[in-house]
Design a protein around this ligand. Sequence first.
Ligand SMILES: [Zn+2]
Ligand SMILES: [Zn+2]
Length: 403
Amino acid sequence: MSFRPPKGTDDIGAPESNRWRDILRQWDTWADRFGYPLVMTPIFESTDLFERGVGEDTEVVTKQMYTFTDRGGRSLTLRPEGTAGVVRAFLDSGARGAWKGAYSGPMFRHERPQAGRRRQFWQLGVEYLDVEGPAADAEVIELGYRFLSAVDVPGLKVVVNSLGDTVCRPGYMTTLGSYLEERREMLCDDSLALIDVNPLRILDCTVCAPVLADAPAMKDHLCEPCAGHYGLVKKSLDGLSIPFEEDARLVRGLDYYTRTAFEYIATQLDAAQNAVGGGGRYDGLAESIGGRRAPGVGFALGVDRIVLASGKDAGSQADVYLVSETGPENALIAASGLRLAGLSVDFDTEGRRVEAQFKSASRTGARALVVLKGDGDEVDVRIGGEREQMGLDAVPEWLGDRL
Ligand SMILES: [Zn+2]
Ligand SMILES: [Zn+2]
């Protein structure tokens, strides 16, 4: 029996999981601040939801999905991304008018595992539905930016582009298609296969980069409403003092984006894995999965990548380590009192020698030490360079000012 988890997955424990917990807590705080309630959808969905919602000819659908038949003969798929499920849930709820939802949870894709890319990976995201105005796009981009700044992703950069809509994109695709057609012999095999399917997706091919440097750009072919929308998104980002760059080759991997597309880049990571997340506007998605028209905008961020990008000290599990000279039963009661008063406390339940308890205390990295003395009520409290004797009851207030 091997105890290794399946290929492409990892067990994540302390201290790395302390960092995860911190990131997930910050996410709750920021999503809440922007008015996004939690939405929880199933981890598996009907396979056709992703075929229609993500796009039948996308790499995600053709090569990466975990699809299985259940005991009732239904084809189900472990969700490879969060948007399709949330939009389905929104349509099912019958809600009308501006609707917000934030999600957080594991996603699954059968990819070649590497640093920052697991087959089970964790995404955080929001969807803002039944909204059309550029302020919605800017608000969504801002939320991701504020959150990533709060969790200390170093060298954070926002990249934006506009992908047009059903009015102006077809004409642009034709222009781009003939540009690429004339340079067929310089394109890689993957790009050649896409030339008649979706030439837009060739734009982010790194192998073909030299051919693409002078390719026509979508932003120069936008219809008037799309150009106006894009202009207002950029103006709003300026107004919010969010630094961004434009990149005409940013197309994202999924078929459903219209108009605004954006990515968050951690410039200090290797180029292959420096996108910590991204998103865009997807005005046609609700219809493509069989629902009514419900324009929307959203993003997804990869927590695995965020953890990799912000190699910050993971912090300790508890604020206080309680050392007992009088046995674990007394420590249990004392720790309980401190915990009910709001402190985070750990102690030794095994009745080991005091020296061993001190060693455990320094290993956990707890910032404060409370030593339970002889009669059990008088304690010795230490934090930083300070040291003070007091009754157990006085500890929460005294430490509360210093932690
Ligand atoms: Zn290529
Ligand atoms: Zn347009």
